[in-house]
Design a protein around this ligand. Sequence first.
Ligand code: ADP
Ligand code: MG
Length: 747
Amino acid sequence: MEVEREPCEEPPPTMMEEEEAEAIPVAKEPPRIHRLDQSVVNRIAAGEVIQRPVSAVKELVENSLDAHSTSINVVVKDGGLKLIQVSDDGHGIRYEDLPILCERHTTSKLSEFEDLQSIKSMGFRGEALASMTYVGHVTVTTITAGQLHGYRVSYRDGVMEHEPKACAAVKGTQIMIENLFYNMTARRKTLQNSADDYPKIVDLLSRFAIHHINVNFSCRKHGAARADVHTVATSSRLDAIRSVFGVSVARNLMKIEAADDDVSSSVFEMDGFISNSNYIAKKTTMVLFINDRLVECTALKRAIEIVYAATLPKASKPFIYMSIVLPSEHVDVNIHPTKREVSLLNQEAIIEKIQSAFESKLRNSNEERTFQEQTMEPSSSGPKDTRKDSDCSPKLSGSRSQKVPVHKIVRTDSQDPAGRLHAYLQVKPQSHLGKESDLTVVRSSVRQRRNPKETADLTSIQELVSEIEGNSHSGLQDIIKYCTYIGMADDVFALLQHNTHLYLVNVVNLSKELMYQQVLCRFAHFNAIQISNPVPLKELIMLALKEEDLDQQCDENDDLKEKIAEMNMELLKQKSEMLNEYFSLSIDLDGNLSRLPVVLDQYTPDMDRVPEFILCLGNDIDWENEKSCFQGISSALANFFALHPPTLPNPSGDNFQFYKKRQSSRNPQDEGNSSNSLVDDVVIEEQIDHELLAEAENAWAQREWSIQHVLFPAVRLFFKPPTSMATDGTFVQVASLEKLYKIFERC
Ligand code: ADP
Ligand code: MG
């Protein structure tokens, strides 16, 4: 390196140098543009299509499926770098086509661009085989129906290395790739250093195998006697899943279906198998086929994870197999070089419908299961039940002590679901449930029974949840369920469209209320955020008190603050057992905060607000009355988790000044120095604290992302808008499009 740099450091004196010394800019000669050699172009393109061994396997298996094979066998050596061999029993390749088989853009599947609209095959680019020949050694053996023998031919860089040789062959095609990436040193090294692709290949074949259940698949390591994937054609999807993913997965699956046929919103059919509350895994497995293509769809995956986390928090990493079929003209398959993603017409509407189908399926299943537990194990929670509040439902305990024969276990009755559950779960005869519709009763009961041992027994929580249900505004509910999020209108208001109306919605109020409802729903059943370095409560409270001082310009002395902080800390330490058990808020013996609850999945609150939250817990909770205590803690958590504007001002508004001024006043040389020249002032004024600015930009962008992708999807699913929101300025109708169009027509 140094040797190379030397001549630059001491260049020989030239005309150029003299010119530079006089600071006259010299236009450097522009570099020449030349046409890349075709082989370079091809190799670059190939590297994109065949990103790693598993991508080659995917292309080859898709070709075999396109060739209507009923049996596909894969053999892999050295994670695919030494050898990938895919053999099928499909229709084979014609002898006459062999010379151009591996040229770029040669395909039997597409002729006109328009064909893409109705394409049924997985391939269409005619690039996969060609690409493989640019980054590996490809040998094809194939035979077509009615031929006495097959042909074998090898390819390099898109062309045949020799004339096809006649050979013995079994029905179909065998494609062998050897020494993948032999000419791409960097990629080969990276792949060799990381864990090899074999597990990915097994996973890929497993996914294909549970969708194409009429095809036999096998996948094995070269030389291994046993295959790691081995399926035989079957007519039962569940059998296929059982044989690939195992009994423990298959036994915990439920069938799900959804469809829509409304041209103005969405047209699709979906069916699949999804895990129930007994399926516990570390990560989500989502096997998604759209029009028989194995694809990924992050938005859909996220939407489903949200439903699981809210409905079955303990089983929040589901297994999902799902096949979606749409009219082929609604799917754009041509958006990704490896066809890993597709783009759908009305994607949002489809995702929403699927989300609702999941929600009702999971809620129903949860209902049934919990019910069964309660009736079948009458004594399970009895003796353990040492809880202080003895407000246990008389009806509930009554039903527990009765021995119900298994065949008479009461499940949700589809004819009269509300009536049945109502009888079981209306905990207090004097509760406010009487006036509510049956459905809301069911819903609230279901929510609480998510964790029957703890929550069903706590009347106070049931009452708080019932209050939410009873106070829900159906008009607003309709708006949020079927609205489209347009964007943020300012720091606090989001713009929503519902039918032909536009609404401004106060995101802070909305999120606060959603979080409050979520806290009650998840009561005693939270996932937790571990704080890596537990924080002393006293310091947090001191911070909050000082912050308050700044706001109110009062000057209580520090001793007093210390005292307040000390007292609050002691109080919270006393309450720590309850806070931990019900709210996942952990405070250790030394008074350090070590754990916070997850109130909404995929969302971490603004940690700058922890001090304020802790102070509020210490100061504002009525610990004497159970119901108002829980309500107070829930509100404090809701306020902490709400999507407040970030503490740093929004740099994209008028507040940009903040980032300039701050810099000049922060500059220590400025302080007390009145002799700054005007020029200096200008220079300092122009300076911007880029670090601070970047931090603020990041915080605001992050918030906006969370509003769109976490808050509104969750609001659509779970939110019960309180009636007050219709009049307190949270929802404001700003325009009706019909009227706007009229105005624009006149322009
Ligand atoms: P594409 O699949 O996009 O057409 P490929 O490069 O993957 O492009 O394949 C080129 C052509 O080779 C295919 O269109 C198909 O006609 C033929 N082909 C490839 N693999 C097979 C196979 N296993 N069986 C039969 N034909 C095949
Ligand atoms: Mg192909």
